[in-house]
Design a protein around this ligand. Sequence first.
Ligand SMILES: *[C@@H]1O[C@H](CO)[C@@H](O)[C@H](O)[C@H]1NC(C)=O
Ligand SMILES: *[C@@H]1O[C@H](CO)[C@@H](O)[C@H](O)[C@H]1NC(C)=O
Ligand SMILES: *[C@@H]1O[C@H](CO)[C@@H](O)[C@H](O)[C@H]1NC(C)=O
Ligand SMILES: *[C@@H]1O[C@H](CO)[C@@H](O)[C@H](O)[C@H]1NC(C)=O
Ligand SMILES: *[C@@H]1O[C@H](CO)[C@@H](O)[C@H](O)[C@H]1NC(C)=O
Ligand SMILES: *[C@@H]1O[C@H](CO)[C@@H](O)[C@H](O)[C@H]1NC(C)=O
Length: 619
Amino acid sequence: MKASPTALGIFAITSLQSLASALTIAEINGNKYISPYSGQTVTNVTGLLIAKGPNGVFIRSTTPDKDIATSEAIYVFDRNVGANLTVGDIISLDAKVLEYRSSNAYLYLTELSTPKNVQVLSSGNKVKALVIGKDTIDPPNTQFSSLDGGDIYNVPNGVANISEVNPVLEPKKFGLDFWESLSGELVTVRKPSVIKQPNNYGDTWVVGDWKVTGKNKQGGITMTDKDSNPEAIVIGSPLDGTKNPNTSKMGDELEEITGVVQHAFGFYSILPLTAVKVSKPAKGVAAQKPTSLKSKGQCKAITVGSYNVENLSPSSEHLPLIASHIVTYLKSPDFLFLQEVQDNSGPTNNDGITSANLTLSALAASIKAAGGPTYEFAEVAPATPNLDGGQPGGNIRPAYLYNPAIISLYKPNQGQGDDATSVVKGSGKNSPPSLTFNPGRIEPANPAWTASRKPVVGAWVAKGATKPFFTVNVHFGSKGGGSSLHGDRRPPINGGVADRLAQANVTATFISQILNADPKAAVISAGDFNEFSFVRPMKTFAEISKMKDLDEVAGIKPTERYTYAFDMNAQALDHMYVSPSLAASSKSDFEHIHVNTWGSYAEMVSDHDPSVALFDLCG
Ligand SMILES: *[C@@H]1O[C@H](CO)[C@@H](O)[C@H](O)[C@H]1NC(C)=O
Ligand SMILES: *[C@@H]1O[C@H](CO)[C@@H](O)[C@H](O)[C@H]1NC(C)=O
Ligand SMILES: *[C@@H]1O[C@H](CO)[C@@H](O)[C@H](O)[C@H]1NC(C)=O
Ligand SMILES: *[C@@H]1O[C@H](CO)[C@@H](O)[C@H](O)[C@H]1NC(C)=O
Ligand SMILES: *[C@@H]1O[C@H](CO)[C@@H](O)[C@H](O)[C@H]1NC(C)=O
Ligand SMILES: *[C@@H]1O[C@H](CO)[C@@H](O)[C@H](O)[C@H]1NC(C)=O
């Protein structure tokens, strides 16, 4: 049939296949997470080749739109496609639009796969990276996704998947939307600085010269209530096969970084053209001063430390380094809460050993050798191995070290693993409460502690005091099983949150019994709560126990409250909570000692920082 040119034109516009041939890269990406053309074949897609990687190339539209929600760039996935192509080529190709992820916990990456009919239309075109915050808007610095309800720690978690809701991108408001709107783009980060030591692949979290919230004194960024720092980005494996250094650390300044934006392994990342380089290293641990808090050797001023010593056993290589931290940086506190103390045989499994008396005496001996005092220890070994979580066979537990010249147990009565200690009300006005087992564990049979550490409680007297003080040493269940802050589940899964809520309730209820018996009792609960003070389990803990967060009491700036660095965030998993009488005392003080978060990966002795507090415990 003979057709007029006009008729042909109309036919071309209405034919699906020809329609596809007219698609721009922005149209393929669309203004949501999932491409409207997912699974479809597109033809004659045209773009400027902006970067080459080991398994494909990145192209940018030559006909951009004005919508900031639609990325103008896309990844062309094919091991061979780049063989005869050069950065600066404008190419056209046919391909299939694919949404790819390697785990259903991750977001999808929109890509063009199985490219065909690749043609070079011109060569030697100029390629300019988009400077983040200059050629783009600034990354949003508070919220991650419209599906988080304003707080990534809202419970219940995981009530929606980005991939299913597929929200319209709002790059001005939400961090994940911002990075998705740049998927495949070649970008430059100016004045990058390292916010956490890299993992052993050299993946390095950074922020650039855009507006950043939560910056701490060392140059990391600290998570605060409802702000977990979506403005940060991780620098992944370099496209040219070089390796990022694994020796950098919080606060290091880097040379300018240029690379492509991708989502992989659960995070948006920038894959740099070549390895990042440190331009100005931070002082790191060398800048960390020892605690300024000083003991008076009697109840008027008692120093109390807390340290998660990371799977410590008698044969741990890091045992003398922990001892050195305790003497040098914590100035040998009068009293120490420890967590992750393993039994005498360490992680050896099925040997029936649960006692940690050799671990604790080895640590005490190492502290003495390093110039510290002669500590004694207190613990309650689990009755049955492998019921308290952690590394199999290690039987980690909270335990105490104390300087017997200054602190002693009040009415000691060693509890065994299965014993539940309880609070005995004093008999008269001047008779303080005491514990049936001292030291003892809190309700070891309560299901809240299934596969987790039971808190160890003690009643003690400080030299010169008229009343005992009480300690509750905790290590709540871990965040294992959680999902990434950049992942598909929204709000992200806060792994183990229900367990910690139950544990917070049992622990706080026990503390409330001490305070019911004596509202003015000095109670200190410290350790690895594995949770942030502004998240439900800790709010419940404070509400039920009436204990106060010592960070608040001591007036530590929210950005300086951290004992751990995870992904982009400096964060506080470890806390001290104190009873109302200690909260009201002008003596109470607190310091976090960043001997680990400030170090390089190789310099880390434990994954947690220790803290030191000062109290008047005269009663
Ligand atoms: C492919 O697109 C280019 C413009 O990007 C155009 O010049 C060319 O004619 C198109 N080819 C086909 C076969 O449609
Ligand atoms: C690259 O060019 C060579 C030589 O012309 C050719 O043999 C090869 O198939 C080309 N590779 C690709 C992926 O186009
Ligand atoms: C989210 O996706 C996962 C994996 O596909 C699925 O198991 C889960 O049920 C989804 N959650 C919701 C709330 O749809
Ligand atoms: C750091 O990188 C060096 C050199 O690539 C390597 O030998 C070393 O094992 C890495 N260290 C860690 C902790 O991954
Ligand atoms: C450890 O406990 C065992 C068994 O009670 C005891 O024989 C040993 O003397 C203790 N060792 C130390 C160093 O406390
Ligand atoms: C704490 O536990 C008690 C006893 O199981 C229960 O009645 C109460 O609802 C719990 N409170 C919270 C906030 O979970």
